[in-house]
Design a protein around this ligand. Structure first.
Ligand SMILES: C[S@@+](CC[C@H](N)C(=O)[O-])C[C@H]1O[C@@H](n2cnc3c(N)ncnc32)[C@H](O)[C@@H]1O
Length: 238
């Protein structure tokens, strides 16, 4: 607890509620020449720089179609496939990992996909500062880092305080789609989402994988390790 400030007013508040979750570790990772080239050439067209004020997503995409936020796209292969399957939606794809950002831009260029914009920033801050209430029709969080060691569980993205920040950004009738290959995190996700009165589960518990979601890179890795897969799709009802 050395990295947060204690004042008399905050001394009784659990520390995890005083600062945002840090749900990622900045891995170095190797950026290939092609990924770097994609950043150099395509960022001006498809990249969105972080700013601490609300942006007009319709302006970013040049049209007013439904907007879907994806947090943690990894290498972006599934994101690009989904954007191709759902050409009438626009995807704001966020990750912190440089080679992944290069890779998704490379795929966008190769496959001529026009309905994705990319951000390289902590999505928690983007949600807190850049998105207007009701701006989103959908939210995708696929295979977020499971932080499976007990002492690391607190770094998981899908927790009540973060979902409480996310939900106002979603329109009524919008959806939140989560997936994980870690059973105990799936249980947590179900508990967290079920705790919101304005969210309705579209299934009895876990949902069949919607046809727009292809297998992701992290999911394939999980399956090779013998893990199961759990999708959750909830609709915002109020
Ligand atoms: C386990 S990977 C899954 C990647 C991809 N969705 C897949 O299924 O292959 C989780 C990703 O989330 C990203 N991530 C974690 N926390 C994040 C945050 N707060 N903001 C943006 N990206 C984040 C990580 O950098 C990583 O690329």
């Amino acid at each position: 607890m050395t990295d947060s400030i204690q004042t008399p007013e905050t001394a009784d508040v659990p520390q995890e509620h005083l600062r945002s979750i840090r749900s990622f570790v900045l891995r170095q990772g190797h950026m290939t020449a092609a990924q770097q080239r994609a950043i150099d050439t395509l960022w001006p067209q498809f990249g969105v720089d972080y700013q601490a004020q609300v942006v007009d997503l319709n302006e970013c995409f040049g049209r007013s179609n439904p907007k879907v936020l994806e947090i943690g796209f990894g290498m972006g292969t599934a994101t690009v496939e989904i954007a191709k399957r759902l050409p009438d939606s626009d995807f704001l794809a966020i990750d912190v990992h440089g080679p992944g950002v290069g890779n998704i831009l490379k795929l966008i260029g190769e496959e001529q996909v026009g309905n994705i914009r990319v951000m390289r920033h902590d999505a928690v801050e983007v949600v807190e500062n850049m998105l207007a209430d009701g701006a989103l029709s959908g939210i995708h969080i696929f295979f977020p880092d499971p932080w499976h060691k007990k002492r690391h569980n607190k770094r998981r993205l899908v927790q009540t305080p973060f979902v409480a920040k996310l939900l106002p950004k979603l329109k009524t009738g919008g959806y939140i789609h989560l997936a994980t290959d870690w059973e105990e995190y799936a249980v947590q996700m179900l508990e967290v989402l079920s705790g919101f009165e304005n969210l309705q589960n579209t299934a009895a518990d876990y949902a069949p994988t919607p046809s727009y979601r292809p297998e992701t890179k992290f999911e394939a890795r999980g399956k090779r390790l013998g893990h199961g897969v759990w999708d959750l799709v909830f609709e915002k009802i109020g």
